[in-house]
Design a binder for this molecule. Sequence first.
Ligand code: SAM
Length: 289
Amino acid sequence: MANLGNPKNTIEIIQKHGITFQKKFGQNFLIDSHVLDKIIEAAEIRKDDCVLEIGPGIGTMTQYLAEAAGHVVAVEIDKKLLPILAETLAGYENVTVIQGDILKTDLNAIVNRYNDGRPMKVTANLPYYITTPIVMGLLESDIPVDMITVMVQKEVADRMRVGPGSKDYGALSLAVQYYAKAELVANVPPNCFIPRPNVGSAVIRLTKYKEKPVKADDERLMFRLIRASFNQRRKTLANGIGNSSGLPFTREQAAEAIEKMGLSAAVRGEALTLSQFARLSDLLGERGL
Ligand code: SAM
């Protein structure tokens, strides 16, 4: 089958099948072979890898993955794309297409069935409307995945990598950095897609840590504190925690713990690093929930 990294071939398939792009599914298909090569290289795909692709679309990246990997499992929600995938992936014996919603797919079952329970790599040009639940689901769960290389909105890629002091710093930054090393692979302009998205894009590589960079006695409490702090970004951290209905601490208790860490009681959450949130959570956790 003709290489879909060549825009001419993609346009031919689109016209032949009369494809109308589904905005609700975040359909923006890649048409740039350099970007595709870069993704495959950054994802370090080898012949003994089993790769999960989220949203194969018409099979563009799937073709590149199939050339490089041992096996590719691609989960696509849009039923209308299945006959097209059958055509564009004909000849690749090592691709399995599954129709379904990635957020409702049993990924453990896929890893067990197609990779004997060994860690898979995830590679995708993600549908942007569900980037955060997909990425957080992959990081927080115990699904064996060791590397995630994905196209996301440029702004989201920035949020994943920044630390205190940036306006982009928030709960997503802290969660990603707790679970993985986040590296920017490439910035990708709208003209690399058909149709063109309204936003800039970026490829980001998340390598999951075997050992977490900070230790918190109670991981869930730490993330509840982080959420409370960024839900009320303009408030002081002590107020944010004291006001949060989901947390049992008073403003005074929060302020005492913050001062014990050598910080001002008036500090905002956005000034704290991941290890400071871990320390705060340990101090408050000692009080018991
Ligand atoms: N991989 C293709 C490419 O790079 O050209 C298409 C990428 S497009 C940005 C996102 C794809 O994800 C679309 O094919 C869309 O139908 C699919 N998709 C959207 N929501 C999904 C979901 N919940 N589960 C699985 N696939 C989904």
